[in-house]
Design a protein around this ligand. Structure first.
Ligand code: ATP
Length: 271
C-alpha cells in the first residue's frame, strides 16, 4: 500500500508509531472514498462533541487544497498548516484556538499548490509534532477524499481510521477500494453512514461489504466495524451554510443524538 511513500516518510511513520505509545494523544483519521459525502461535517461535529465531553481536541485540516474546517469553525486563520511546513511558525502557533472550549484547529489552505511538497512526509511530521506535545487527548485528521499519496500517508500513520460513506453506489465502490487497500496492513476500519434514515440500512450494507471482502479473499484479519449513521437533516445543511456546527446549535436534534451514539462507540474502539 505504501510503497510509493519515500523511505524517509516510512521512517517518520515508524517514529510516529513509537511516539504515539509515549503520548496520551489518540489519533483518529477521518476519510471517505468519494467526495461530498459529509466527511468534514462529521469531523467538525465529532470534534466539537468530544471537546464538549471534556476532551482536549485538535483537528488537522488535511483536505489539501479544499480547506473546509475553518468555514465550519468560522475562523479566519492567521496561520495555516503550510506556514508550519514552510518553517514560518511554531507548532503551537499553528494550533488555532476555535471559539469552542478545548477545541483547536490546524487550518488548511484552499487552492494551495502542494506540488512543492512532493516529499509528502512533511504531513506525517506535523501529526507527529502535535502528538509529541502530549497536550491533546484526541487529534482528528480530516483527509481529502479519494486515495492520493497524501491521503495514503495520513492513513499509514493512524491506527484509528473512520470512513464516512453514503449508500450511493459510487461512494460504496470507492469505499470498497479503500477497504481493499487498508486490508493489506491495517487491522480495522470503522465505518459511518451519512444520509441514512436508520441504523439498519448501514448494518445491511456493511454486512454485504464484509461478505464481498470474504469472497474476494481480502485479509481475514482485517475487520470492518459499522459504528453508526446520521440521517439527512435540513438543520445540518443550514448550519453548515451559516458557518455553525449542527451539534452545537441543535443539541437535542435526532442527528446530534445519532452522532453522540457514534462517539460512544468510537471511544470504546479507539486504540
Ligand atoms: N446528514 C446530512 N444532512 C443534510 N446535509 C448534509 C448532511 N451531511 C452533510 N451535509 C451537507 O452536505 C454538504 C457536503 O458535506 P461535507 O462538506 O461535510 O462533505 P465532504 O465529504 O467533506 O466533502 P469534500 O469531499 O468536498 O471535502 C455540506 O453542505 C453539508 O452541510
Amino acid at each position: 500500500m505504501f510503497n510509493t511513500i519515500s523511505n524517509q516518510a516510512s521512517k517518520l511513520i515508524n517514529l510516529t508509531r513509537r511516539n504515539k505509545q509515549l503520548s496520551k494523544t489518540k489519533l483518529i483519521t477521518i476519510t471517505s472514498g468519494k467526495g461530498g459525502v459529509g466527511k468534514s461535517t462529521f469531523t467538525g461535529n465529532i470534534a466539537y462533541l468530544l471537546s464538549s465531553r471534556g476532551f482536549k481536541v485538535a483537528v488537522i485540516d488535511a483536505d489539501i487544497g479544499l480547506a473546509n474546517m475553518q468555514v465550519l469553525f468560522d475562523i479566519k486563520p492567521k496561520f495555516t498548516l503550510f506556514d508550519y511546513i514552510e518553517g514560518k511558525i511554531t507548532i503551537e502557533e499553528a494550533l488555532l484556538q476555535t471559539s469552542y472550549k478545548n477545541l483547536f484547529l490546524v487550518a488548511g489552505k484552499s487552492g494551495y499548490q502542494y506540488a512543492n511538497h512532493s516529499n509528502s512526509f512533511v504531513f506525517a511530521r506535523i501529526v507527529e509534532d502535535v502528538i509529541n506535545l502530549n497536550e491533546f487527548d484526541i487529534v482528528l485528521i480530516d483527509t481529502g477524499a479519494g486515495l492520493n499519496e497524501y491521503v495514503k500517508e495520513f492513513l499509514a500513520i493512524s491506527n484509528n481510521i473512520l470512513a464516512i460513506t453514503t449508500t450511493d453506489p459510487s461512494a460504496l465502490t470507492d469505499l470498497y477500494a479503500l477497504m481493499k487497500m487498508l486490508s493489506k496492513d491495517k487491522e480495522e476500519l470503522m465505518l459511518c453512514f451519512n444520509h441514512t434514515r436508520n441504523h439498519q440500512i448501514g448494518d445491511t450494507i456493511s454486512n454485504s461489504l464484509i461478505n464481498l471482502a470474504k469472497k474476494n479473499r481480502l485479509n481475514d484479519n482485517f475487520m470492518v466495524k459499522y459504528i453508526g449513521n446520521v440521517s439527512t437533516s435540513a438543520n445540518i445543511s443550514t448550519t453548515g451554510r451559516l458557518r455553525k456546527l449542527f451539534s452545537h446549535e441543535f443539541k437535542n436534534d435526532d442527528s446530534t443524538r445519532q452522532l453522540q451514539a457514534i462517539i460512544d462507540t468510537l471511544l470504546k474502539n479507539i486504540k
